[in-house]
Ligand binder design. Structure first.
Ligand SMILES: Cc1ncc(C[n+]2csc(CCOP(=O)(O)OP(=O)(O)O)c2C)c(N)n1
Length: 372
């Protein structure tokens, strides 16, 4: 008797979906129906994201802020996908999706205040930099432990389903997060309960110094969806239009009651993991060369030129406007004082327990003393 063993190679590997060629031309049958205004918005948001990242990383190097994380090279993944959703859909970010917040209109000054952790930050300086949140924009506060946002998104989608709302939840994470138990829990639960949730994996090939080859023995990330009975799709993560298309389809399925989708967007983390990392210690500069040619912003710019809606004057004007916006946001954001000291004792208990009240009074007395 021969035992039939199922192997991954029995299933055909999915070729990542793409709309734009590297030279900026596109298959017109695959192009999304987006107006010139929409296309410009996408491009401008990607450029703003990159310029902000560049500026803030330099500020960290100058010692003006403590820590920073960029999304360098991955802008198309989160900007294209958030733009494909409704403003009423919930976003559960990791820490590299500033562009998703910019698509939603997150105010730049508030963003800068969050990075400084000062009194202009709605989270009162209690989170690490890049851990912004906005209940009104439906952007959840994220947790630093890798992967915890996946069950949060599944729970949010479950609540929406119970209430009979058409809301979709999207959550972002790197391929490193797929090694966490939370990934299994969230995908399994979403499969069983057919939840309106999108699991968006930015497969940027590195989890700090751990390469993709050490993260999984699977052929790819999207194939894992099969084990949980949900849809899986691979997409070129440096093609903003392809990302938009696959996310739109995942959202349509979710709203139609067809359940969850795992999207694997293939891209590359072009910068360091964070301002505390030196990638020269574990990866070769030459490995990035091929990816530099695939830069998502340069590629989209070639597409806009091919469509006849980009020229040098537009670019020059855009860059100037963005520089002014960033400079104004930084100078305003940097001017806020730190959060009030006594705010340390707020927001945990509705009635502050006696021992914390004692500590609060002691702290205020010490501060008074220090001022004299
Ligand atoms: C549970 C847990 N383990 C380890 C860390 C330290 N850590 C922070 S980010 C990170 C790598 C995550 O890589 P990935 O999920 O691929 O996302 P990327 O940073 O590449 O976007 C690690 C190990 C953490 N924050 N939480």
């Amino acid at each position: 008797m021969t035992v039939k063993v199922f192997q991954e190679k029995d299933v055909e590997a999915a070729v990542p979906f793409r709309v734009m060629e590297d030279d900026g031309t596109a298959d017109t049958r695959l192009e999304p129906e987006l107006s010139s205004e929409d296309l410009h918005f996408l491009y401008e948001t990607m450029v703003l994201n990159r310029e902000l990242d560049d500026r803030l990383l330099r500020m960290q190097r100058q010692g003006r802020i403590g820590f920073y994380l960029t999304g360098l090279g991955e802008e198309a993944t989160h900007i294209g996908s958030t733009f494909a959703l409704e403003p009423t859909d919930w976003v559960f970010p990791a820490y590299r999706e500033l562009g998703a917040a910019l698509v939603r209109g997150f105010p730049l000054v508030e963003f800068v205040c969050q990075i400084f952790g000062n009194s202009g930050d709605i989270t009162k300086g209690r989170q690490m930099p890049n851990h912004y949140a906005s209940p009104s924009l439906r952007i959840s506060s994220l947790s630093s432990p890798v992967g915890t946002q996946l069950p949060h998104a599944a729970g949010c989608a479950w609540a929406a389903k119970i209430k009979g709302e058409k809301t979709v939840a999207i959550t972002y994470f790197g391929e490193g997060a797929t090694s966490q138990g939370d990934f299994h829990v969230a995908l399994n639960f979403s499969g069983v309960f057919k939840l309106p949730v999108i699991f968006f994996c930015r497969n940027n090939l590195w989890a700090i110094s751990v390469p993709l080859s050490r993260q999984t023995a699977s052929r790819d990330i999207a194939v894992k969806a099969q084990a949980y009975g949900i849809a899986g799709v691979r997409v070129d993560g440096n093609d903003v239009l392809a990302v938009y298309q696959v996310t739109r389809e995942a959202a349509r399925r979710a709203r139609a009651g067809e359940g969850a989708t795992l999207i694997e967007a293939i891209t590359c983390r072009m910068g360091p993991h964070s301002s505390s990392d030196d990638p020269r210690l574990y990866r070769e500069e030459k490995d990035l060369e091929e990816w530099r040619q695939k830069d998502p912003i340069a590629r989209f710019q070639r597409y806009l030129r091919w469509k006849g809606i980009w020229d040098e004057a537009y670019e020059k004007n855009l860059r100037e406007k963005i520089q002014i916006r960033i400079a104004e946001a930084i100078s305003k954001g940097e001017s806020f004082p730190p959060p009030p000291l006594e705010s340390l004792f707020e927001d945990v208990y509705s009635t502050v327990p006696w021992h914390l009240e004692e500590q609060r009074l002691e702290l205020l007395a010490l501060r008074k003393e220090a001022k004299h």
